[in-house]
Each structure stands twice: as structure tokens, then as C-alpha cells.
Design a protein around this ligand. Structure first.
Ligand SMILES: Nc1ncnc2c1ncn2[C@@H]1O[C@H](COP(=O)(O)OP(=O)(O)OP(=O)(O)O)[C@@H](O)[C@H]1O
Ligand SMILES: [Mg+2]
Length: 354
């Protein structure tokens, strides 16, 4: 009975599709994708739409990554992770429709002259760890923590985007695929060993050091073997760094994954309990009740003043063409998501329980 109701409701509501959106401008670019600010024509709501060319999906592995990206985005619900609303295939692209997070990339803010105070870094670090906790609990290694993938929302809170190379693994499994972004990759990944969730904590160590010093912790022109022999005790910290900050960064940048802070299936707990976070109440943090030191000057939900102007100036076509091919329906049959349908499904299952 429940299924019958669900089907009739699903049929009544038309699939959300690419042509339901108007393209306003380009707002970002990744190695695989272009990201646009779009407006949903019937509601006038603004969203960010990540598009990946179907033609670029030439292997099963690439298709699998896209499906994992969708799975991660739809599974991980967290105040510091971007929210997805729709996913579909157009004539030329696979498309993810997400919240437009318009306070700018952390990368953009790091490149401004102003220094990040330790308090500012503390809140960013805590919010990222809270996001990683839920990503790991859901079984995903994020694998791409870097300032380009970390956005600020309109109030200055962290928002992680881009699950493009996330990997789903079992609690006790390990993987050994080589991926990540240069500078942030843990030594065990570089040297082809099996690894797990703790690689994300190594990247966090790099990021924390970078937020304070605006440079990488270790020399970048090293061979992988040299990188493996980097010693955290040789790290140079600026005088204004507290002992707790230094201790946290050193423990995260530990080469040996088993000695690294955050190792193990509940490693995030050890990171959260580090003395650097002694003044963080994690419940208050999870409710976004700490007020960020820096709040981007944003006027409204479609303000693009924090976006790189070279993207905005790019000429883009105004609309999408939907997909009609049978082949697409076969190849991308698992690539679809509609938050409105998900909500109606949930309502139905609640009614069934009563
Ligand atoms: N929801 C969003 N709101 C605002 N900007 C976004 C959003 N999602 C992505 N962007 C911007 O678009 C850029 C590219 O997106 P994303 O990182 O997801 O692409 P990618 O091709 O997977 O990137 P990479 O080169 O890291 O593999 C991001 O760095 C960010 O600046
Ligand atoms: Mg990215």
C-alpha cells in the first residue's frame, strides 16, 4: 500500500530537469567541472550548479566517482557540508544543484593581506572537524581537503563542498588509490601504501599550518621519499602560535598514520579532545551558535562579490537542453536526486508507521 501511494505521488510531481533552471553566470571551475549560479524558473530560488561534461566520463571508474559524489552529498547531512537539492543529466552534462554558498572560497580569503587570528583558525578548524566526523561516520574518506573546496557561508561559517574524489569504505577497510591535491596528500598515499580516514587529518594539519603562515609546512619540491622523512620537530612556527596550536599541527602532520592524531575508526574523537579545542562546546558549535570573527560583506543570496571576477566575466549560454537519449537513461539511471521527492517519501513512511 505504502509503495502504491509513493508511486502515485512521484508520478504527479514532474522530474526536476536542467531546463527548469536559468544560468546567471559562472562562479567556479575545478579540474573536472564548471560551476554556475542558476535560478530555478518557477520559484526564483538561486542555487549553485556543478556541471561535468558527459563526454569526459570515459571510464567506469569516473562514472563510479560521480555516483559516489552524489551518494556522499545525499547521505552526509551536516551544518558545515553543502546541501544538495537536485541531480540530473542534461543533453551534455551531469548536474548537481546545491546551495549557493557565497562568502567566497577559503583560498580567496587566505590570499587577502589580512592575517588569520588563532581564534579565527580555531573556529574554522572545529567546524571542519565536525564535518569530517560525520563524513567519516557515514563511511566516506573525503580525500580533498584544501582551501579551494572550503567555502564560507554568508555568516562566515565553514561549508565543505566537492566530494569528487571521496571514497566509501567499510569501517575496517583500507584503500590505496592515488589521489588528492598536491601539498595536502598524506605521505602514505604518496608512497602507495594502504590508507584510511586518517589521511583527511594529515590534510587538516597542512591546512591549519597554511591558515596561520600562508605557506605550506614542508618544502614542496621534495621527492615522495624525502616527504616521507619530513620531521614535525623541524617545523618552523611563528612566535604568535600558542603551544596548543603547535602541538595540534604537529600531531596531525605525523608521518606514521598509526601515530597520527585521528588514527582509528573513532579518531575524530581524539582530535576533538585535543587541548587546542578546550574552549569549544561541540553542541553549541553544531548549532552554528559561535559567531565567526570574520563575516563576509554579502547583501543577498545571489550576491557574487566574493567570487573571482574572471569567472563572472566569462560568456555562458543562458539555458540547458534536457536529455532525451535512451542511452543516458541506461548509463545514468542511478544519477538522480530530487529533495522534494525525498521529503514526500519520508512523509509517507512516517504515516505508514502510525
Ligand atoms: N555550492 C557551491 N557554492 C558556491 N561555489 C561553489 C559551490 N560548489 C563549488 N563551488 C566553486 O566551484 C569550484 C569548483 O567546484 P568543485 O571543487 O566541486 O569542482 P571539482 O572539479 O571537483 O574540483 P577539483 O579541481 O577540486 O577536483 C569550487 O572550488 C568552488 O569555488
Ligand atoms: Mg574542488
Amino acid at each position: 500500500m505504502g509503495n502504491l501511494i509513493s508511486c502515485s505521488i512521484d508520478k504527479k510531481k514532474k522530474e526536476t530537469k536542467a531546463s527548469d533552471f536559468e544560468i546567471i553566470c559562472k562562479i567556479g571551475k575545478g579540474s573536472n567541472s564548471n560551476v554556475f549560479l542558476v535560478k530555478k524558473k518557477n520559484t526564483c530560488q538561486y542555487f549553485a550548479m556543478k556541471t561535468i561534461k558527459k563526454k569526459s566520463i570515459k571510464s567506469d571508474k569516473k562514472l563510479e566517482r560521480i555516483l559516489t559524489e552524489l551518494e556522499a552529498l545525499t547521505t552526509v547531512r551536516n551544518p558545515f557540508v553543502v546541501q544538495i537539492y537536485y541531480a540530473f543529466v542534461s543533453e551534455k552534462y551531469v548536474c548537481f544543484v546545491m546551495d549557493f554558498v557565497n562568502g567566497g572560497e577559503l583560498f580567496f580569503h587566505l590570499n587577502q593581506k589580512v592575517e588569520f587570528s588563532e581564534n579565527r583558525i580555531l573556529l574554522y578548524a572545529a567546524e571542519i572537524i565536525y564535518a569530517l566526523k560525520h563524513i567519516h561516520k557515514a563511511g566516506f574518506i573525503y580525500r580533498d581537503l584544501k582551501p579551494e573546496n572550503i567555502l564560507l557561508d554568508k555568516n562566515g561559517h565553514i561549508c565543505l563542498t566537492d566530494f569528487g574524489i571521496a571514497k566509501k569504505i567499510g569501517k575496517f577497510s583500507r584503500t590505496n588509490s592515488f589521489c588528492g591535491s598536491i601539498g595536502y596528500i598524506a605521505p602514505e598515499v604518496l608512497t602507495g601504501q594502504k590508507y584510511s580516514f586518517e589521511v583527511d587529518f594529515y590534510s587538516l594539519g597542512v591546512l591549519l599550518y597554511e591558515m596561520k603562515h600562508k605557506s605550506f609546512p614542508f618544502e614542496q619540491n621534495q621527492t615522495n621519499e624525502q616527504k616521507e622523512s619530513n620531521n614535525v620537530n623541524d617545523l618552523v612556527f611563528s612566535d604568535s602560535c600558542s603551544d596548543e596550536f603547535q602541538s595540534l599541527v604537529k600531531s596531525l602532520l605525523e608521518n606514521d598514520p598509526e601515530k597520527r592524531l585521528g588514527f582509528g575508526k573513532k579518531g575524530y574523537k581524539d582530535v576533538m579532545n585535543h587541548p587546542f579545542f578546550v574552549n569549544i562546546n561541540w553542541k553549541i558549535l553544531s548549532q552554528k551558535k559561535y559567531i565567526p570573527e570574520y563575516v563576509p560583506k554579502i547583501q543577498n543570496n545571489f550576491d557574487i562579490s566574493m567570487i573571482d571576477s574572471s569567472f563572472i566575466k566569462e560568456k555562458v549560454s543562458k539555458c540547458f537542453v534536457d536529455s532525451t537519449s535512451e542511452m543516458d537513461h541506461f548509463l545514468f539511471k542511478n544519477f538522480c536526486f530530487d529533495i522534494e521527492k525525498e521529503k514526500s517519501k519520508k512523509k509517507i513512511s512516517k504515516r505508514k508507521i502510525q
